[in-house]
Design a protein around this ligand. Structure first.
Ligand code: B12
Ligand code: SF4
Length: 531
C-alpha cells in the first residue's frame, strides 16, 4: 500500500507566529505529533510519504504515486482539511481521516467524501482499519470505546520531519486531565484519568531526537503535564540525570494546571530537568466565572501569587484567558488586562469563549437552547477571534469590545516590550541552563539581525526602550538574552495579529468596536436572563 500522509495548513492565528517564522527562516512552530504517531502505527510494509503542509506541499508525482491519502486535523485546520478530502475524491484516491477534528465532528468529514473515519486514539483504531483494508472493505468508521495504554504507544516517526523547519520539537508524556472544566474537550477526547508513558519510553523518544541532531527547545504537548503528579515526578527524576549527562541539550516547555504552584517539589524537579516555560490555563481572575466554568483548581490560592511562585522557580509563563462566561460582570476585559499587567505575562492568549461540540458546556447550552451554531463555523479560522457560538448572558457587543480593547492595549508595542522585560527580570535564573531558549542552529543569528534592524533602528516608537531594556538584560540576566530577544521578535507577529483580530471581529459584528464607545454599540441588546 502506498500512503500519502498529509497534515493540513493552519490559518493565520495567535499560534502561527508568521512574522517571527519569516524572521527566523522557519516554517512552523511545532511538528504534528499525532500524524507521525499514526505513521508509526501503520504496517511496516506500507510505503509512506509525509508532508506537513505548513512546511511544504506534496507534488503531482506524490498524488499519482499513492493508493491512499491519510489526513489528521484539529478543527482550526478545517478549510484545508476539507479541500484535501475533496481533492482526493476528485483524483479517485481513497481517503482516510482521523485526529481531534474528525473525532469531535465525524459528520463533517463524511459530508466532504472521506471513505474511512479512523476516530479516537489511533493505537486502538488503526489496527481495525488495517484489518478492514486487508478484507477489501471500501469504507467504514472505526471507533474505540476504551482509551489505550500509552505505554504501548510506538515511538513517533520523528525521522519523517524536516527538523530545520520547526521552532520546537514535540513529545508527549501523558494524555488526559483529572479536572473538569466545562468548556474543555480534552476530557471528552482523552478522558479524565491521566495515562502516562514509562520514563524509559519517553527518554527513548528524547534520545531519538538527540540522535537526529536536535539541540533546541521541546514542547511536551500534554494537556496537563502534571495530571498524574506521582508519575510525572518519577519521570522527572529520571530525566534530570539524562539531561545532566548530555549537558542539557534541550530546554522544555509544557502545559500545566495552575495547581503546579502548590507543589514546590514538582517545581524544583522541573527546574532541575531544564523546563524554561509553562502554559497555564488561567482563563480569568474573576472568581465567580471560575466557579461557573468549574475551574475550581484556579480558585484554591491567589492566582497572582501562583504566577509568582512559578516565575521564582525559573519558568516563563504563557497563559490563556477567556471572556464571555455566563454571568460575567462588565469590565472583565479590563480585569484580565490588570492581571496581565500585574504578572507581566508577555504573551497572554485572550479568546472569546466557545462551546466545542461534545463538551459539558455544549450539552448545557443545547438544553438551554442557546447554541447559535457550532464552534468555529463562521470564519475561515478556528481561533480566539471568533465570536462565541452561543447566546451569552451579557451583550455580545460589550464582550467583543472588551475583548478587542484588551487585546489591542496588551499588544501595544511599548506595553508588550515592557512586559517581556519585566517578566524576564522576575524569573529566577536556572544555573543549569546556559540560555533558557535555544534558537535552532543557524536560524538565531538571522533572526537577531532582523530584529535589531526593525526594533533597534527602524521603528522609532520603541527604539530607545528596546536598546535600554536589551542593555539591562545583557548586564543583569545574560542567561535570558535569547529568551528576551525571541519574545521581542514574536512581538512583530502580535502586532500583525491584533490588527487581524480587529478586522475579523469587525467583519463578524458589522462594525469596528474600537472606533465607537460601548454605549454606541448596535449589539447592546438586553442581556440574556439565565435561570
Ligand atoms: C500541540 C497542540 C497544538 C499546537 C499545534 C502543533 C501541531 N502542528 O500539531 C498549537 C500550539 C499550534 C495548537 C494550536 C491550537 N490548538 Co491545539 N493542541 C495541541 C495539543 C496540546 C497536542 C497535539 C498533539 O501533538 N498531541 C499528541 C498526539 C500523539 O495526539 P493526537 O494529535 O491526538 O493524535 C492521536 C489521536 O488523535 C489519533 N490521531 C491523530 N491524527 C490522526 C489521524 C488518523 C488518520 C488517525 C487514524 C488517528 C489520528 O491518533 C493519535 C495517537 O493516538 C492538543 C491536545 C492534546 N493533548 O492532544 C491540542 C488540540 C489539538 N488543540 C486544540 C485547539 C482547539 C487548538 C487551538 C484552536 C487553540 C486556540 N484557541 O487557538 C489552536 C488552533 C491552531 C491555531 N490557531 O493555529 C484542540 C482541538 C479540538 C478539536 N476537536 O479539534 C486540542 C485537542 C486541545 C483542546 N481541546 O483544546 N495546538
Ligand atoms: S485543566 Fe485544562 S485540560 Fe484539564 S479540564 Fe481544565 S481546561 Fe481541560
Amino acid at each position: 500500500m502506498k500512503v500519502l500522509l498529509l497534515y493540513p495548513c493552519f490559518p493565520k492565528t495567535f499560534w502561527s507566529y508568521d512574522r517571527f517564522m519569516e524572521m527566523a527562516r522557519l516554517k512552523a512552530t511545532i511538528p504534528p505529533l499525532g500524524i507521525i504517531t499514526v505513521a508509526a502505527l501503520l504496517p511496516s510494509d506500507w510505503e509512506i510519504r509525509f508532508y506537513d503542509r505548513n512546511v511544504g506541499y506534496e507534488t503531482e508525482a506524490d498524488w499519482d504515486w499513492c493508493d491512499l491519502v491519510i489526513l489528521s486535523a484539529m478543527q482550526a485546520q478545517q478549510a484545508d482539511f476539507h479541500a484535501l478530502i475533496r481533492e482526493s475524491v476528485q483524483r479517485g484516491k481513497k481517503v482516510a481521516v482521523g485526529g481531534p477534528y474528525p473525532t469531535s465532528v465525524p459528520e463533517d468529514a463524511l459530508a466532504s467524501g472521506a471513505d474511512y473515519l479512523i476516530l479516537d486514539e489511533g493505537e486502538l483504531t488503526i489496527p481495525l482499519f488495517v484489518e478492514a483494508i486487508a478484507h477489501g472493505q471500501e469504507s467504514g468508521t472505526f471507533r474505540a470505546t476504551e482509551k489505550p495504554d500509552v505505554t504501548q504507544s510506538p515511538m513517533p516517526r520523528f525521522d519523517l520531519l524536516k527538523l530545520d523547519a520547526y521552532f520546537m520539537m514535540a513529545i508527549q508524556f501523558s494524555r488526559g486531565c483529572p479536572f473538569n472544566c466545562e468548556f474543555c474537550d480534552i476530557i471528552t477526547l482523552y478522558g479524565r484519568k491521566p495515562r502516562t508513558k514509562d520514563p524509559a519510553q519517553t527518554l527513548a523518544e528524547l534520545q531519538a531526537l538527540y540522535d537526529l541532531g536536535w539541540r533546541s527547545s521541546i514542547f511536551i504537548v500534554d494537556d496537563n503535564f502534571i495530571g498524574n503528579q506521582r508519575n510525572v515526578k518519577r519521570f522527572l527524576r529520571e530525566l534530570i540525570p539524562w539531561m545532566q549527562q548530555r549537558q542539557y541539550p534541550f530546554t522544555f516547555f509544557t502545559e500545566a494546571s495552575v495547581n503546579l504552584a502548590e507543589d514546590e517539589e514538582l517545581l524544583d524537579l522541573m527546574a532541575q530537568a531544564g523546563f524554561y516555560s509553562v502554559f497555564l490555563g488561567i482563563e480569568t481572575p474573576d472568581q465567580d466565572s471560575l466557579q461557573v466554568t468549574r475551574k475550581q483548581q484556579n480558585t484554591r490560592s491567589p492566582l497572582i501569587e501562583a504566577c509568582q511562585k512559578i516565575t521564582q522557580a525559573g519558568m516563563l509563563i504563557y497563559a490563556g484567558f477567556i471572556l464571555g462566561f455566563d454571568g460575567e460582570r462588565r469590565g472583565a476585559g479590563s480585569r484580565i488586562q490588570a492581571f496581565v499587567e500585574a504578572t507581566n505575562i508577555p504573551q497572554p492568549m485572550l479568546g472569546i469563549l466557545q462551546a466545542p461540540p461534545n463538551t459539558a458546556l455544549w450539552d448545557r447550552l443545547q438544553k438551554e437552547q442557546r447554541l447559535i451554531r457550532r464552534s468555529y463555523d463562521t470564519l475561515e479560522v478556528g481561533d480566539q477571534n471568533t465570536l462565541m457560538n452561543f447566546e451569552p448572558t451579557r451583550p455580545i457587543g460589550e464582550i467583543a469590545q472588551e475583548y478587542l480593547q484588551a487585546l489591542w492595549t496588551m499588544y501595544e508595542p511599548t506595553h508588550y516590550l515592557r512586559r517581556c522585560f519585566q517578566h524576564c527580570l522576575a524569573i529566577t535564573a536556572n544555573p543549569r541552563l546556559q540560555q533558557n531558549v535555544h534558537f535552532p542552529p543557524g536560524k538565531g543569528l538571522w533572526l537577531i539581525v532582523q530584529l535589531l534592524w526593525i526594533q533597534g533602528i527602524w521603528r522609532s516608537g520603541t527604539r530607545s526602550q528596546f536598546w535600554r531594556q536589551l542593555w539591562q538584560i545583557a548586564r543583569q540576566k545574560p542567561q535570558f538574552l535569547n529568551m528576551y530577544l525571541g519574545l521581542c521578535a514574536a512581538g512583530e507577529h502580535f502586532l500583525e495579529y491584533r490588527s487581524l483580530a480587529r478586522q475579523r471581529i469587525s467583519k463578524q459584528l458589522g462594525y469596528d468596536p474600537l472606533s465607537i464607545t460601548v454605549e454606541e454599540s448596535p449589539l447592546l441588546a438586553q442581556p440574556l436572563e439565565v435561570p
